[in-house]
Design a protein around this ligand. Structure first.
Ligand code: NAP
Length: 319
């Protein structure tokens, strides 16, 4: 798909759910600060004027057929699987790619791996006043394999961060990547290899028909015994019951889950009670207000210059 809106005055409509007021304010401030040739449209009935929509899934727009097919939709989220379920969207959809969000994700993944790698819990909350002699020699980073499923914007930044710390890093994606010092695997053979060799498996895949429940009883049989699983992609990548069985059997020695099949995670979900599971409430890389608006405006400027926006979703592949 090729988008062309060169030379247009850009009229932007903002529909970002509960934080709409904040987004509009930051957008206006930024348009002013950068002296951009863009206007904020306040009235949704002026649809013929609107050529860009800043959008989130919790917005109150459900029918996009009221907008021109040339209107470009800029999501404030990196994952757009929910948005793509809306069949009235015929317009180009651009997902959020934002350097600050990317950095946040890489830091979060590193932090959670280091927690296990350094056995931090054991010493942060030791038994009261108990000086326990500890003889276990800790592995060094260069003795540990990190496997990242999904080597896109977030996965590749995360891979580079681990590489800087001297871990052995392998990534798996649809197409081969060239990232200095990082092994790139593809296809089913690559998947078996990354599953069977990684001490830490980090999920940074989008949720699509192909990736749905990629962590299931079959793949968990291949996973290296005692591996740690970290999911910051989407909850639907995991078959929950199969993961619980793998935790009970020890095949997976621990996991940190930031995303879930149902969010918020229901109060009675077994993940809350399992001592090998850490639950975080979808906070690994939340959208950042100012930097997301700056990224979207930079993308809008690309359109005005006749360039394609970064993060244009290929709807047929669902990400
Ligand atoms: P991205 O740039 O599109 O990267 C996705 C990666 O997954 C790409 O490397 C892609 O391969 C690979 N991939 C997709 N389908 C595959 C398949 N069937 N087999 C093998 N590899 C496959 O996306 P991103 O920006 O890194 O974000 C990834 C996901 O993270 C998002 O979709 C979203 O769900 C999630 N996310 C979560 C949070 C949070 O707070 N928890 C925040 C932001 C994003 P190719 O490169 O070869 O296409």
């Amino acid at each position: 798909m090729c988008i062309k809106i060169i030379g247009f005055d850009l009229n932007i409509f903002v529909s970002t759910g509960p934080r709409n007021g904040e987004y509009k304010k930051v957008l206006l401030d930024e348009i002013k600060a950068q002296s951009l040739d863009c206007t904020l449209v306040e009235d949704i009935s002026e649809t013929s004027d609107i050529n860009a929509i800043i959008y989130s899934d919790d917005s109150d727009i459900s029918d996009f057929s009221i907008f021109s097919d040339k209107t470009v939709i800029f999501s404030i989220f990196a994952g757009v699987e929910k948005t793509l379920l809306n069949k009235t969207i015929r317009q180009p959809l651009v997902r959020l790619i934002d350097v600050e969000m990317t950095e946040c994700m890489a830091e979060w993944c590193v932090a959670h791996v280091l927690r296990y790698h350094l056995d931090l819990d054991k010493f942060i909350k030791p038994e009261k006043r108990k000086w326990t002699t500890y003889y276990k020699e800790r592995l060094l980073a260069n003795q540990v394999n990190i496997g990242i499923l999904g080597l896109g914007t977030l996965g590749s930044a995360t891979a580079k961060k681990f590489k800087k710390l001297d871990f052995n890093v392998t990534g798996w994606s649809s197409t081969e990547k060239k990232i200095s010092g990082v092994n790139s695997l593809v296809g089913q053979v690559g998947l078996r290899k990354i599953l069977s060799t990684s001490d830490y498996l980090i999920l940074l895949l989008p949720l699509t028909e192909q990736t749905k429940t990629i962590i299931n009883s079959a793949s968990l049989k291949i996973v290296r015994n005692g591996a740690v699983l970290i999911n910051a992609g989407r909850g639907g990548l995991i078959e929950d019951n199969d993961l619980l069985k793998a935790l009970d059997s020890g095949r997976i020695s621990g996991c940190t889950l930031d995303v879930f099949n149902e969010e918020p995670l229901p109060n009675d979900h077994p993940f809350w009670f399992h001592d090998k599971v850490t639950v975080t409430p979808h906070i690994s890389a939340p959208t950042r207000l100012e930097s997301s608006i700056k990224s979207i405006l930079a993308n809008i400027s690309r359109l005005k210059e006749g360039l394609q926006p970064i993060g244009l979703v290929k709807k047929e592949r669902f990400y």
